[in-house]
Design a protein around this ligand. Structure first.
Ligand SMILES: O=C(O)C(=O)C[C@]1(C(=O)O)C=C[C@@H](O)C=C1
Length: 291
């Protein structure tokens, strides 16, 4: 037997092993879907949302920590995001609205997976309406448009938003051509005033704050005062700042988010009554490029 034939025989044998493993994987996935369906029934009875980003992140993180094989963290993440997507589809449909054209759709697809329902949204205003009407469950919004949210809610003196930011999605550098580059970061927003609570044992949290009613320059002392203590601040206004909306300041890698009252107090000290802060939500951050 020549060496080509030997190698073909070996490939055949290995492929048969792969076939058997694929069958096992599929059987396990089907079993997993049955369990997810049961969780979904329970959630429906208790009026809980299908999408639980903190649980998903915790599962992925634990798996990445556990894996002693050759899989990359990004690979594990991509596989499990698809599994969660299948699993959400068993529980009902997660309806995702995407602003930001094709880039928004792509960012959402990269974050969520193939089995959810996507809908292109022409403007942040339309997205807000559909979210409030509950025609969509999640809105994916380019970071530039987050300022519009700041704008909309500056009118509300109590500073309560009916939405929380529950994640972020990046377009990988690979896709950052001229047009997409503008839309490299997206926020995932969902309805609900309850900020997402950190899971016990969660290592790293992000908090997003809107600091409104003051000019961009005026955020400097605020950043100086609070930035160093427990967070780094990043102004992320981009070039599309609405005239009176004030500044948006993001705090990130907040391990132990300070009480909102303390922030508000500090803010009042610096700006008197001319500014206020809105806590949009806290959510886990991943060490990879996507959440
Ligand atoms: O743990 C849950 O709450 C589930 O619904 C299961 C599951 C999963 O497949 O692991 C599915 C959807 C949620 O977003 C989180 C996790």
């Amino acid at each position: 037997m020549d060496s080509d034939a030997t190698s073909l025989g070996e490939i055949d044998r290995l492929r048969r092993r792969l076939d058997e493993m694929d069958r096992q994987l599929l059987a396990l996935l089907n079993q997993r879907m049955e369990v997810a369906k049961r969780i979904g029934e329970r959630k429906r009875r208790e009026s809980q949302l299908i999408f639980d980003p903190i649980r998903e992140e915790t599962v992925i993180r634990d798996l990445v920590k556990q894996d002693a094989g050759s899989l990359s963290p990004l690979g594990i993440r991509a596989i499990f995001q698809e599994i969660f997507s299948l699993s959400r589809a068993q529980q009902g449909v997660l309806r995702i609205g995407c602003c930001g054209g094709a880039a928004g759709l792509l960012a959402a697809h990269l974050r969520f997976g193939s089995s959810d329902e996507y809908r292109m949204i022409r403007s942040a205003e339309e997205g807000k309406r559909l979210l409030v009407e509950e025609s969509i469950d999640i809105l994916v919004l380019p970071k530039q448009r987050l300022l519009d949210w700041s704008h909309w809610f500056t009118g509300k003196p109590d500073g309560h938003l009916p939405v929380t930011v529950c994640g972020e999605s990046d377009l990988p550098d690979l896709l950052a051509n001229h047009r997409m580059g503008r839309y490299s970061r997206f926020y995932i927003i969902r309805l609900g005033t309850e900020p997402i609570r950190p899971q016990e044992g969660s290592q790293s949290l992000k908090a997003v704050f809107l600091l409104s009613g003051c000019s961009r320059e005026a955020t400097d002392p605020w950043q100086h005062r609070f930035g160093g203590c427990w967070a780094q601040t990043t102004p992320c206004a981009g070039g599309e700042e609405p005239p009176d909306a004030g500044a948006l300041v993001r705090l990130w890698e907040v391990f132990d988010p300070p009480p909102v009252e303390m922030l508000q107090e500090g803010c009042r000290e610096i700006y008197g009554d001319s500014a206020w802060i809105v806590l949009l939500g806290t959510y886990p951050v991943s060490s990879g490029s996507r959440l």
